[in-house]
Design a protein around this ligand. Structure first.
Ligand SMILES: [Zn+2]
Length: 81
């Protein structure tokens, strides 16, 4: 019993629940539209700045950051290849 409880706690700590949630969120967002804003989660994609056209590469689902070139917060997602 004690061992079982310890294992359960360990599993809860180790299991990466948040990563699963992020992936789901990114999937929902990808289906919704191609517009992304800084601070939002995006699926792996190339994000093109709405203002200057600078591209931001997301190799995995991640939080979108403001454009490194002009500071713009709005992007359009391009298919990741
Ligand atoms: Zn820009």
């Amino acid at each position: 019993m004690a061992l079982k409880e310890t294992l359960w706690h360990w599993l809860e700590e180790v299991a990466d629940h948040t990563r699963i949630e992020w992936s789901e969120l990114a999937l929902i967002q990808a289906e919704r539209n191609d517009e992304v804003k800084a601070g939002e989660w995006s699926a792996a994609a190339r994000l093109k700045c709405d203002k200057c056209g600078e591209e931001q590469l997301l190799k995995h689902p991640d939080v979108v950051t403001a454009c490194g070139k002009c500071g713009e917060q709005a992007f359009h997602r391009k298919e990741f290849k």
